[in-house]
Design a protein around this ligand. Sequence first.
Ligand code: F6P
Length: 537
Amino acid sequence: MDWTRLTKAAEEAARTPILDRFDRPDRARTFSVTAGDLLFDYSKTAMDDAGRAILVKMYDEAGVAARREAMFTGAKINETEGRAVLHTALRAQHGAEVMVDGQDVTKGVRDTLGRMDVFAEEVRSGALTAPGGARFTDVVNIGIGGSDLGPAMATLALAPYHDGPRIHYVSNVDGAHINDTLVALDPASTLVIVASKTFTTIETMTNAETARRWIANGVGDADVGGHFAALSSALEKTAAFGIDAERVFGFEDWVGGRYSIWGPIGLALEIAVGRDAFHAFLSGGEAMDRHFRAASPLENMPVMLALTGLWHNQGLGYATRAVLPYEQRLVRLPAYLQQLEMESNGKGVSMDGESLTVASGPVVWGEPGTNGQHAFYQLIHQGTRVVPCEFMVGAEGHEPELAHQHVLLIANCLAQSEALMRGRTLDEARAMLEGKFEDDELERQARHRVFPGNRPSTTLVYPKLTPFVLGQLIALYEHRVFVEGAMLGINSFDQWGVELGKELAKALEPVVSGKEGAEGKDGSTAQLVGYVRRYAG
Ligand code: F6P
């Protein structure tokens, strides 16, 4: 694919200040797209008609629509692992059959979801108790990456709907994480869910062993099994760990870890919010799937979100993008999107094994507003690098008695995108300081108060962060990643880049613990091992 068309078009368009684009009265409407009740406004970017037409042409040429259908219908588009990519089947509650290797997978999905519904309800109602008879007051989900970030993010996001037991997420192999979690809990009333697709991930298995010892010390060996459940594709391994098959919720290899919140990996979320809210979340995802499959590119929210991303990263060379939810409960969304986007599209080799001739996916980072405003927005407004900002905000909060605070929240969100676009000129800064300073000092002070402006942002607005809307949002971002990856020609569904570090960590463990020497290691690694060995207790 010839990406120079895009860079040329983007550079050309960027010569016109973004604000001037609004001389056209229909700018906002024509550079926005809706999906259900969601509105995505990308009008505060430099994108113009010509640039957008090139992006859509490139989208067509890349065959994204055909690849999208291949994904939804179970083709093995994850070519390096020989797997289908069917997280969409997990939320397809009303869909047609989907065949993989001659088998309809939807029946298995429905059966597992039905078992999750029952299990979650029994834990919530107290019908299922610990072997000692106590009701489960606390659930600890042990997992990492996709087996943690999704449900952890969503449990916080849906706090107003949380009426089940307390849910805790433990991910880090740092013993501090599980220690600080378990210290406040009573093993007699704690359910531990071991969430690992492979059931081999070192962090998860180490924490699971720690939890098993903690439960055994608290309630005795005989009752341990009654305190565990597992979410995994590796059923022999869950059995070997000693978890009863009835308490294992399996899923197939066509669900990628970072796309797995919609199935068994969402069990802790379902225990928190209950069946109806969890199903509403699935329905939101399914609604976005239908939109993504049916809408033409310009009317298609995931496609336009992706094309805006490519415009900024590959077209204008902005290497990072900030995700800025004005929604405190989406505090973990940036971390969730970091895995979704960077593990999916952070690759330098195309599907056919050739080096990419264009930048891979961007660095994604962020923090909820308004907190970020008092931390890193300084750089966003006046730093020398341009950071495209992706704002999002709900029209309504869940606290009617605090509606005035929500008004302030929205005003702040909209003010930031306006400030980024408008900036402040030197003349405006001088006028502002007139009478406060004089001559050279006025000039010097004024320069510090100049905002270059013309900085791009997009804003996604939704009615209220309900389970349905959260489902729409997450599926929207999943499909955005899909479109960007397909246009870059990379496989968004493998993650070979995480393997080398895992292998080296395994080899270093006996060196760090002192069972083996550091011979053969590079000087820096040997020095660091030496330091740790000297100071470790
Ligand atoms: O290390 C990367 C990764 O494989 C992720 O893709 C995955 O979400 C995470 O580890 C956890 O894997 P598992 O669910 O198999 O424990």
